[in-house]
Design a protein around this ligand. Structure first.
Ligand code: NAD
Length: 356
């Protein structure tokens, strides 16, 4: 029996191309660090709709639950764009997150030295390195609260509800504090406690959880200030923990600071070891099948999987170092700069393997 069982959800568009490169890298790193991986594949998104009529077949949920971790490419594409909401490929994505109880979304925003010029932020603001981890609550808050429409003063109106229970805040705070302990022991909790009651409960709860982690330095920031500070002085941040809606917005802002969408990985975690790892970009139908997609976000997602679900930080570090080394000389078209060697998706995967 293999040491780890991984379910691959290759998905649509460039999904299969980039996941194949990530598997190549995982196989190479497993040889080097002496562990074995067994793969199973399952359908999600448009390919699942074509084969079974639904974006998330029960078999996919069962396979994911029976594995140590899940690697996802991306889903969606113009072929399925005209379908109604719950039948679209993206419904499969929300469905699998719910089915696996993935309440914590980790979005690192890292600038690899050689890629500094891809960032829209000035060099002197970024400095030598930028490495921020945004921990976003993923299954609560206003996206899941009560909502409705009614008439107010004779005109149509609509409302949504932001609500958090103490236990929801406690569990996401613990994920963030545990992460901070493995990083620089520094957390910024982002809220809007000057206005929102739900934010006041968030803040009180985070402060209470912080007592369990006396080594971690905690500070609080209002979300509007955080949006500004991310651009003004991003190096002040290490781990940011925040609610679903604030995290949605801030993590997109932070990813723009890193510059290229083809470079950014993400993880969604449940309370246990099982996690779902995926690049933050979509299925890029405009470049699918041309062997020009950048597989590095998916390869870096495998590094996150090794670190956060499989307990193999040694192998994760090796992959990240190999990626940084390759970027000194070789680029896929989306991050190409003069004087570099332009390579395709497949070759980029081979190059990362060769540096391991
Ligand atoms: P996208 O991220 O797929 O593409 C945006 C742009 O970035 C495109 O020009 C694309 O070519 C480029 N790009 C993205 N990833 C790249 C990579 N690895 N290498 C090189 N270039 C890359 O976003 P979109 O065009 O808005 O959406 C396309 C489809 O993906 C839609 O159906 C959307 O719903 C879906 N989508 C899926 C996910 C997911 O599966 N998690 C996330 C976002 C969008």
């Amino acid at each position: 029996m293999a040491d780890y069982k991984i379910t691959l959800l290759k998905g649509d568009g460039i999904g299969p191309e980039i996941v194949n490169q990530a598997v190549k890298v995982l196989n190479k790193v497993s040889e080097k660090f002496d562990f074995t991986v067994e793969y199973d594949e399952a359908l999600l998104g448009g390919c699942a709709i074509d084969a079974t009529g639904v974006p998330l077949p029960q078999e996919t949920i069962d396979k994911c639950k029976a594995s140590d971790s899940v690697l996802l490419g991306a889903v969606g594409g113009p072929k399925w764009d005209s379908m109604s909401g719950d039948k679209r490929p993206e419904a499969g994505l929300l469905g699998i997150r719910g089915a696996l109880g993935l309440f914590a979304n980790l979005r690192p925003s890292v600038i690899f030295g050689p890629l500094k010029s891809a960032s829209p932020i000035k060099d002197e603001i970024i400095g030598n390195k930028l490495d921020i981890m945004i921990v976003r609550e993923l299954t609560g808050g206003i996206y899941f609260g009560e909502r409705g429409r009614k008439e107010v003063h004779g005109q149509p109106a609509a409302w949504d509800t932001e609500m958090y229970t103490v236990s929801e805040v406690e569990r996401i705070a613990r994920v963030a504090f545990d992460l901070a302990m493995k990083r620089n022991k520094k957390i910024t909790s982002v809220d809007k406690a000057n206005v929102l009651e739900s934010s006041r409960l968030w803040r009180e709860t985070v402060i209470r959880v912080s007592k369990e982690y006396p080594e971690v330095e905690l500070n609080h920031m209002y979300v509007d200030n955080c949006a500004m500070q991310l651009v003004r002085n991003p190096r002040q941040f290490d781990v940011i923990v925040t609610s679903n809606i604030f995290g949605d917005i801030l993590s997109d802002e932070a990813s723009m600071i890193a510059g290229s969408i083809g470079m950014l990985a993400s993880a969604s975690l449940s309370g246990g070891k099982l996690g779902l790892y995926e690049p933050i970009h979509g299925s890029a139908p405009d470049i699918a099948g041309q062997n020009i997609a950048n597989p590095l976000a998916t390869i870096l997602s495998v590094a996150m999987m090794l670190r956060y679900s499989l307990g193999r930080s040694d192998a994760a570090d090796a992959i990240e170092a190999a990626v940084a080394k390759v970027l000194e000389t070789h680029r896929t078209p989306d991050i190409y700069e003069e004087s570099m060697i332009k390579v395709g998706c497949d070759e980029m995967g081979d190059l990362v393997c060769s540096m391991l």
